[in-house]
Write a protein that binds this ligand. Structure first.
Ligand code: ADP
Ligand code: ZN
Length: 544
């Protein structure tokens, strides 16, 4: 309890500081603003008496005629020397903002004793970001499934009461997972923008190293604010910092996490509050966090495919003067494995280079320079990547082709060569029938499909070139062979030999089928190389 009081006092001090800042801001408003060039003119004419030299955006100056003016701080290195050499009095001052914050910080440290780790950011967090963001789903380019998932959530957020009335269980928390820089934060902001709700953001890492009770208090106040605002989107970035798999003995983290879960279980559709969290990896999180009624909706935000990269490049060049010669299609092609953030940075770097060169348009050359800077030292890796990409494409196409040929009751829904969070590249199957009994032939075909990746590699590149990429395939096939041997589906008595015999039989089927349909395999793997991810329909187009 005492800690909370201390915290309140700290908050009070900070608010006072904020008040001070606003007042200086207002005082500034009464001064006349003078363009820098006019100011220099005045200085040279000996009209300037005194300058308050600071790090702020505007310098304050007093003129001999009694006027007080503001002029933009040119932020040159020898600004002070220039003023002095013109015979102007100069006093230096640290920014009042900095001064007040320093004061508050010092005060806070005193109050908290031992390890005061309060920073500006923390202060911001308590206040939250109350504005409704301007971004909407249109500004975020993600895969279809990701977007659909988010639209669902938006629908609930707009009309939670309807869900309540129907007795439908609303989504409690949404876990966005995917590599860094893929737009998870942006998506959360866009959800708020889309639904016209305010956005409240914190980062899990901000709760590390705080005092017991502080984190929990912050969480509670965050929810309170969101409710008071008539609903909102609460976003917790880097939730791993809070909800890592049982690292025991961290009382603070535990308390913060519990506060979060308690708050989450306490709200209903009427509140119009939704909690989103982001993590790079789902599997590092404590399972308790992902349970029903908690973060029970999981939305993958993966690396962009080629088409998405093109759109992201377009989004981030919308407001930039582009040389029409620049082919965005080409750049989308070349930026395999780039995240949205990296694409954004590529465009930004190119723009910076155009400014530096004094050019009016962003040209292919600027793009090239920016690209080289960003991928410096990765040239070798990229060549290797291209080769590997082809291998992976052939491998995955092999699985897909055999699924189509050997398992007519299953349907392929997605095929990708991009690494995903759910494991390496791969294919997603939808199996319609709920079956318990399988014939020997059907099981054989399953095994052949499992080995189809390796078989495709061998057929296309030769026995010497097969990769270790099929490691888990082999294990899966082996497990199935093991069971088949137990079910006496082999003529062999010896278990080990039975297993090997079954696998060889399946592999022979796989190789034969692929050999017979080599052209389809090539078509499919080429498309996969090009587009990286194919939908069920697109796959059918190539294999049927
Ligand atoms: P994450 O939260 O997944 O780490 P961010 O949302 O912070 O990624 O992305 C950082 C920036 O990169 C965004 O503000 C945006 O400018 C750009 N960006 C990232 N992903 C996308 C995307 N899918 N579409 C458009 N811009 C993106
Ligand atoms: Zn495989």
């Amino acid at each position: 309890m005492r800690k909370e009081i201390r915290f309140l006092i700290l908050l009070g001090v900070m608010l006072l500081a904020l008040g001070g800042m606003i007042m200086t801001q207002q005082k500034k408003g009464q001064r006349e603003e003078v363009p820098y060039l006019s100011f220099i003119e005045m200085a040279k004419n000996g009209e300037v008496k005194h300058v308050v030299y600071s790090d702020e955006a505007m310098w304050q100056a007093a003129l001999f005629d009694g006027r007080e003016i503001l002029t933009p701080n040119p932020r040159t290195e020898n600004g002070k020397e220039m003023l002095l050499s013109l015979g102007i009095e100069v006093t230096e001052r640290i920014q009042p903002e900095v001064a007040t914050v320093l004061f508050a910080l010092l005060f806070g440290m005193m109050m908290f004793g031992r390890r005061g780790n309060m920073s500006m950011e923390r202060f911001d967090i308590v206040n939250g970001d109350r504005k409704v963001p301007e971004v909407t789903f249109r500004d975020v380019i993600v895969g279809k499934e990701t977007l659909e998932g988010m639209r669902d959530v938006a629908h609930y957020l707009k009309d939670g009461a309807a869900y309540e009335k129907m007795g439908a269980r609303p989504p409690r928390g949404v876990m966005l997972y995917g590599p860094p820089g893929t737009g998870k934060t942006l998506l959360a902001r866009a959800l708020a923008g889309e639904t016209g709700k305010p956005f409240f953001a914190v980062s899990g890492s901000d709760f590390v190293e705080v005092y017991v009770g502080v984190g929990a208090g912050r969480i509670r106040s965050l929810f309170k604010k969101a409710r008071k605002a008539g609903g909102g989107v609460i976003f917790i970035d880097e939730i791993d910092a809070l909800g890592k798999k049982r690292d025991q003995g961290n009382e603070e983290r535990e308390q913060t996490l519990n506060a979060l879960l308690t708050e989450m279980s306490g709200f209903s559709g009427k509140d119009g509050v939704i909690v989103l969290a982001a993590t790079n990896r789902l599997d590092t999180l404590d399972g308790a966090l992902l349970r029903e009624g908690r973060f029970d909706r999981h939305i993958e935000v993966g690396l962009p495919g080629r088409e998405e990269r093109l759109q992201i490049l377009q989004v981030h060049s919308r407001k930039k003067p582009m040389d029409p010669q620049v082919s965005m299609e080409n750049w989308a092609e070349r930026t395999v494995l780039f995240s949205g953030a990296q694409l954004e940075s590529l465009m930004n770097e190119a723009a910076i280079r155009a400014v530096r060169g004094g050019d009016a348009l962003i040209s292919e050359r600027h793009m090239e320079q920016a690209f080289l800077a960003q991928t410096a030292g990765e040239e070798k890796k990229m060549t290797a990547n291209r080769k590997e990409k082809h291998m992976i494409a052939v491998h995955e196409a092999g699985h897909a082709l055999l699924t189509h040929l050997l398992l007519p009751q299953s349907r392929l829904t997605r095929l990708t060569i991009l690494p995903s969070n759910k494991g390496a590249a791969g294919y997603s199957l939808a199996i319609h029938e709920d079956r318990v009994l399988y014939t020997r032939q059907e099981l054989m075909h399953h095994m052949a499909v499992t080995l189809g990746g390796r078989a495709a590699e061998e057929v296309m590149f030769g026995k010497e070139q097969v990769t270790n990429g099929a490691g888990s395939d082999l294990k899966k096939a082996e497990a199935l062979a093991c069971e088949m041997a137990e079910w006496r589906m082999s003529d062999e008595e010896d278990g080990e030999r039975a297993k090997r015999g079954l696998m060889e039989e399946a592999y022979a089927i796989a190789k034969q089928k692929i050999g017979e349909n080599r052209q389809r395999l090539e078509g499919l793997s080429r498309a996969l190389m090009e587009r990286e991810t194919l939908s069920g329909e697109e796959i059918l187009h190539f294999v049927a």
